[in-house]
Write a protein that binds this ligand. Structure first.
Ligand SMILES: [Zn+2]
Ligand SMILES: [Zn+2]
Length: 126
């Protein structure tokens, strides 16, 4: 299958028992189902195995916004993470797959983790 951003080849990757996604060999973008992305955010160190591209490559490809889902051939919608609105992702309205540029998953995950610590500290103070 072809990467919607750079026409590189998407290869299927698995991590643990229930994480399965597609990763581009050229731009290191990730194509992943919404519910699996949630699992990846909870999985310890998942980003070091799955999000191997550098953020600078991702930034370059992040500018490409008009992409089509390679599975459904429909235009993907731009969405932002509700907690981290600087992270823009493309989402397929038909199959619920999300495209993340290289580095975006690490960004999502790292901030989520530090936000959790902040919430914990806040809780302690009260
Ligand atoms: Zn690509
Ligand atoms: Zn789709």
């Amino acid at each position: 299958m072809e990467c919607p951003k750079c026409s590189g080849e998407l290869e299927t990757k698995t991590h643990g028992d229930d994480i399965k996604l597609e990763s581009c060999r050229a731009c290191y973008g990730l194509l992943v189902k919404g519910f699996i992305l949630e699992k990846m955010r909870e999985e310890f160190m998942a980003e070091t195995f799955l999000d191997i591209g550098s953020a600078s490559i991702g930034k370059k490809f992040d500018k490409i916004e008009d992409i089509q889902c390679p599975h459904c051939k429909v235009d993907m919608d731009m969405i932002v993470d509700p907690q981290q609105t600087h992270i823009g992702m493309e989402c397929c309205p038909s199959c619920d797959r999300i495209f993340l540029d290289a580095g975006e998953f690490s960004d999502l995950k790292y901030k989520t983790f530090s936000d959790k610590i902040k919430a914990l500290l806040k809780g302690r103070r009260n």
